[in-house]
Design a protein around this ligand. Sequence first.
Ligand SMILES: [Zn+2]
Ligand SMILES: [Zn+2]
Length: 144
Amino acid sequence: MNAITYVGGCFCGRVRYQASGEVTNLCFCHCTSCRRAIGAPMVPWGTFAAQNFTIVRGHLAQFRSSPKVLRGFCADCGTSLTYRRDDRSEEIDLTLSSLDDAVSLVPEVHIWVEDKLPWVAITEGRAQFAKSRTTKPKPGTCLP
Ligand SMILES: [Zn+2]
Ligand SMILES: [Zn+2]
């Protein structure tokens, strides 16, 4: 078990969170839903156990970006912070770029590369997956 506590929050500081424990599924997601929800060409995510995640200040506003997906953000400054799926409610994904120490967790792979914008060139050596990280859908993948 990882004893490190990760802390982070939104740009304006009104929403602060902490998370601990094992982090899985470190990835860049290129899916259309993440891109449009967050306004970025790709989004770095890490998955925590939901029970290890706490909002320690402020209120996490939520937006249902598809029938099973809730995206959490700061209602004041708009920073995207979390991603949750109804069918894997025991987990929560955090935007790695919202961590105070944003170099502490590093994306390992690119997922949903079939949705990648053509002007994004992946020139480093990370593995790329057309859709989710596994060939068959399973909990823990970042589906749009
Ligand atoms: Zn904010
Ligand atoms: Zn995505």
